[in-house]
Design a protein around this ligand. Structure first.
Ligand SMILES: [Zn+2]
Length: 71
């Protein structure tokens, strides 16, 4: 039986090896309810995945591997 959807609607995130276009720090990928985007902790910039289409395969892997029980 699947767990109750306690986390549905909650953002999930993980680190990536993708460099920020502004400051070259490593971005985090954040999965919100119906949106996935990249965020830079260093400069605070937020990027749509369309800015990093060359990394989409990698991001799909990250997203599908985000554990449900830890963020
Ligand atoms: Zn940055």
């Amino acid at each position: 039986m699947q767990a109750a959807p306690l986390f549905s609607g909650q953002p999930r995130q993980t680190g990536t090896h993708i460099s920020c276009k502004n400051c070259h720090a490593q971005l985090r990928v954040i999965r919100a309810c119906k949106e996935v985007y990249l965020f830079c902790d260093t400069c605070g910039e937020k990027f749509p995945l369309t800015d990093y289409t060359e990394f989409l395969d990698q991001l799909e892997n990250f997203i599908s591997n985000i554990p449900l029980d830890r963020i």
